[in-house]
Design a protein around this ligand. Structure first.
Ligand SMILES: *Cc1c(COP(=O)(O)O)cnc(C)c1O
Length: 223
């Protein structure tokens, strides 16, 4: 079995300049994260609030923690002190909650809007039609506690690379049209988070600026 450090070096070398590598560490114990940290990795992503908080308290404070799971509004306050980017904002209700809690805490929280493309019904995220209605009625000033930095999404789980490419292209178009509509002069709106262990090569070809890699770094997760 190759080590976390070897995996990380190999993957980091394959990710082009300008694309951020996020290490998805969900379900792996803190010692495994420490190996990645010692190899130089500083950005980690978790999908459960309690797990993120426990790991953030156990590991060095210069780690930047991203949240990538379905976030319940009653957990927002708990993770805010630890999180540097919430990638999985999948409803207007959650966006408003994060904004309100951030204003209350005297901070501005960086977030991505998660949009569902493709045919996988089990996926979370804004449905494209709901997303369109939301964007038409929302202005950034309405949620002053958040800074919308871009879009996050996933491709359909399939071996068919044409479908994967179609889904990533759809996400790229959603990213570009939101940028044109609301963030034309905002340099912070620059993140298109797409691509995981199996499909990150295609994602990068389709314009990804942030890949989220778990299995290829840490091995299989135990559920
Ligand atoms: C688990 C997860 C990943 C990582 O997937 P791997 O296939 O292990 O690389 C990426 N993004 C999200 C949203 C995830 O939940």
């Amino acid at each position: 079995m190759t080590s976390v450090a070897d995996n990380l070096r190999r993957i980091a070398a394959s990710v082009p300049a300008g694309v951020e590598l996020v290490a998805v560490s969900k379900f792996h114990p803190a010692e495994r994260l420490r190996e990645a940290y010692d190899a130089g990795q500083r950005v980690f992503a978790e999908s459960r609030a309690n797990e993120l908080v426990a790991k953030a308290e156990a590991l060095p404070s210069d780690i930047r923690w991203h949240f990538i799971g379905h976030l319940q509004t009653n957990k927002v306050r708990r993770i805010l002190p630890y999180v540097s980017l919430i990638q999985s904002v999948d409803s207007e209700h959650l966006l408003r909650c994060i904004s309100d809690e951030s204003v209350r805490a005297g901070r501005v929280t960086d977030i991505l809007l998660e949009v569902t493309v493709g045919s996988d019904e089990s996926k979370t995220g804004f449905r494209p039609d709901v997303f369109k209605r939301f964007v038409d009625s929302w202005e950034p000033e309405m949620t002053p506690g958040v800074r919308v930095c871009g879009i996050m999404g996933m491709a359909t789980l399939t071996d068919d690379t044409d479908i994967i490419r179609r889904d990533f292209t759809a996400l790229f178009e959603i990213f570009t049209s939101l940028k044109d509509a609301k963030f034309r002069d905002d340099t912070k709106f620059s993140v298109l988070s797409m691509g995981m262990s199996d499909d990150r090569g295609i994602a990068v070809e389709c314009g990804s600026t942030m890949v989220r890699v778990g299995t290829d770094i840490f091995g299989q997760r135990e559920y």
